[in-house]
Design a protein around this ligand. Structure first.
Ligand code: FAD
Length: 406
């Protein structure tokens, strides 16, 4: 195999793969290599998310997120139809359970209208009951264009097409953990645990390791990644009869997470969650996982302490939910009062990569940094899976300009 490529992309999650797919279509004459450290692509955030095709309703009008979520969702649904990827545009309800939530609920609705989200409807308590008979709310929003999909399926299809559409010239290689970069005047040597590849240009898109990969390549980013675990519960057969599709609370405007919700999964079953708990191990998928390196790095970064200082109350609640099923259920009961302990069983979790600033603020939007011959995707938060084709396109266009490709 040729070991020299026009561009090497580090990270085979949905963002890196969508970027490689778009570059493959835009630049048929360039050679592209994606390096993924795990034994399969998309094993971290991409495979461990809620599997929701977001509408674009939540985001500030005209933000990068809003534009790319709406455009990316439409493109994703067309892509899923074209390649027969199972999905279902089943719609969802966002439900207010307390009068204090109504101003923010209305703001979310107005954002959706401004963002061009189709099929939005303000609904009353009776209509909520018609859509989800077990759900109790005082008012809500019906979001017709929300759907469900398995994002690992989508990422695998991108990987297949990167090779197929380039006649096999472009490659996606797994079991290739990048451990170092050596830069010279015209290219970069990319060193993995077992191989050495030469890239004329580099893109890193490595999710939970994004800050480390960027730093290894020589980028002096002021952002640091911290992980927030989201635990899910499965609904038992009895519990499942209480949820038809997707039920969301009105989100807390102070925080970038959507709140624990109910999601019917495309491959069967209904999940509820995820909460948002600071983790001591970026890729440790258990409630007690601990990594000395991850913990010392997180606490050695001033932004982490400032973040905790601002959000300690919210954090404590999230911790209680992580260790107490009863507490978790209490939160769910706000939406579904008749849900009981034996309706839910603990299941999987996912860890979100959140980029923090030195001031302790979360970067809420996509963040890409440039350095010499390299682009670094530092932050690719939700709805990056929904918006993957749109973000992939944005990064590919940015790369075309920055790399001076025709
Ligand atoms: C709990 C949870 C729920 C979510 N729900 C939704 C949702 O419903 N809808 C939605 O649109 N979005 C959702 N998201 C967000 C979405 O999943 C992420 O924004 C998206 O998957 C990010 O993709 P990524 O490619 O940037 O990261 P990842 O999927 O994490 O991929 C990064 C890849 O880089 C690889 N890598 C890291 N270091 C190296 C290295 N040294 N060498 C080689 N490879 C490396 C990793 O192994 C990994 O495969 C959710 C996220 C989480 C965690």
């Amino acid at each position: 195999m040729n070991l020299e490529f026009d561009v090497i992309i580090v990270g085979g999650g949905i963002t890196g793969l969508a970027t490689a797919y778009k570059l493959t279509l835009m630049h048929p004459n360039k050679t592209i290599l994606v390096l993924e450290k795990e034994k399969e692509v998309a094993m971290h955030q991409t495979a461990r998310n809620s599997g929701v095709i977001h509408s674009g309703i939540y985001y500030k009008p005209d933000s990068y997120k809003a534009r790319n979520c709406v455009a990316g969702r439409r493109e994703l649904v067309a892509f899923a139809k074209e390649y027969n990827i199972p999905h279902d545009i089943c719609g969802k309800i966002i439900v207010a359970t307390d009068p204090s939530e109504l101003p923010h609920m209305n703001k979310v609705f107005n954002n959706g209208v401004a963002n061009g989200v189709e099929g939005l409807e303000l609904i009353d308590a009776n209509r909520i009951k018609e859509i989800e008979p077990h759900c109790q709310g005082i008012a809500g929003i019906w979001v017709a264009c929300t759907g469900i999909i398995d994002y690992a399926d989508v990422a695998r299809k991108y990987a297949e097409l990167i090779e197929a559409k380039s006649g096999g010239k472009n490659k996606v290689l797994v079991n290739q953990e990048v451990i170092a970069f050596e830069k010279n005047a015209y290219s970069t040597l990319v060193i993995t645990k077992t191989n050495r590849f030469v890239g004329k240009k580099i893109i890193t898109s490595s999710g939970l390791q994004a800050d480390r990969l960027a730093k290894k390549e020589g980028q002096k980013s002021d952002a640091a990644i911290v992980g927030f675990r989201g635990d899910y519960y499965d609904l038992t057969e009895k519990g499942r009869s209480k949820v038809k599709n997707l039920i969301y609370p009105v989100p807390n405007p102070e925080f970038p997470f959507l709140g624990v919700h109910f999601t019917r999964m495309i491959k069967g079953g209904v999940e509820c969650g995820p909460n948002a708990v600071f983790v001591f191990d970026r890729e440790g998928y258990s409630r007690t996982a601990f990594s000395f390196k991850d913990t010392t790095e997180a606490f050695g970064f001033g932004g982490t302490w400032k973040f905790f200082g601002k959000h300690w109350r919210f954090g404590l609640d999230e911790y209680r939910g992580a260790f107490s099923k009863r507490f978790f259920l209490k939160r769910l009961n706000k939406l579904l009062p008749d849900l009981q302990m034996d309706d839910i069983v603990a299941s999987r979790c996912g860890i979100r990569a959140m980029a923090l600033s030195p001031q302790g603020d979360m970067y809420d939007d996509f963040k890409i940094e440039k350095n010499g011959n390299a682009l670094h995707v530092i932050n690719s938060p939700s709805p990056a899976a929904t918006a993957s084709l749109a973000y992939g396109n944005e990064i590919a266009l940015m790369a075309t300009e920055f790399f001076n490709w025709k």
